[in-house]
Design a protein around this ligand. Sequence first.
Ligand code: ADP
Ligand code: MG
Length: 394
Amino acid sequence: MQSKLKKVIHPPEFLGILGGGQLGRFFTIAAQKMGYSVVVFDPDKQSPAGKIAEKHICKPYNDLKALDELKASCSAVTTEFENVPAETLKYLEKDIIVRPSSKAISIAQNRIKEKDFLKKCGIPVGPYVVINSIESIKNIDENLSIFPGILKMAEFGYDGKGQIHVKNKTELEAAFKTFNSVPCTLEQKLNLDCEFSVVLARSVDGEEIVYPTFWNSHKSGILETSSIGPLRTESLIASLNRRFIPSTRTIARELNYIGVMAVEWFLVNDGYWVNEIAPRPHNSGHLSIDACVYNQFDQQVLALTGNDLKQPEVEFPKSAMLNILGDLWFRDGAQKEPKFEMIAGLGGKLHLYGKTEPRIGRKMGHITILGLREESHEDVLDRCESIRKILWEN
Ligand code: ADP
Ligand code: MG
């Protein structure tokens, strides 16, 4: 039930989004399907969302005049990524609705603040130390088994960028200098059993919906495949219900979160840790576009506009997603178009994001593999692997 006092934004009003990458593009598509118009704010002229939105403000995030234009264009704004300056969000928040809030984003966009926040909530994070000076490197306790570790810039990292693996203090110091001595976290490199993400949407009324758990596999710090499907062990199911999902809900509540967020989890032996919070829809959640009636971007629009959320209604409980990176365009020393026609027989559903320039490590699209009734989760993963192989071998 909608509460009578709640202000709901109705179509065809304009909604704003900061960032015009693929996440912004899927947001735009979801909003437009519901009858809204979209204004994208992104400095890139070629941004995938800017190309399809009703309006594109093509200016830097700290351009106050352009931000005033955004305020005049729409009544509510959300963001597609955490690297928008919190100051930008604060500036907008003075006059229009910003969901999630600048406060929530400012925590999720800084690894040091994020870990402090998680610890305060009683949620476990992996072993780490804050590195903010050469002094802090000298002070690392040699007995602390933090090496081999990963030095991560506290801000502005994504897709494994802003991270350097280090084996000792000497390498750490060099890596810290490479990052121009900006504040960082040094995290112990964990021997991960598995990674998964819990994607949750939370409404203005505090109503929450949770997507099926996405099981993730990364290559060089970038998500390669995600899948939903039956779990391997009973104990993992129990842990999900007892720990991971309730903890994800706690994070959302403590952040007073309105919108879609994902919590990335690590499992190591019997231990489990939050890796990071994504204050936005998540790459793994792209599976929901084809596998669910209501996808994560639909919920982002519903939460932003003050509407009630929808249950995801999973139509394909066994499915997988394969990310398509720009690397696929660069094989055998030459640039060539991938032969997507060759996977037609395997039933993968191709999404391309409209990026004109492929680059190594750049997310260009994804393929969803929807499990047929008679297929097992393993069959779906096999089909995903066959698609990957065909694309790479042709
Ligand atoms: P990003 O913001 O780029 O997603 P993450 O911190 O999530 O950065 O790191 C990307 C990936 O790198 C993770 O999903 C995981 O596969 C790997 N990774 C990150 N931190 C660790 C760690 N402490 N131990 C082992 N692997 C890690
Ligand atoms: Mg991550």
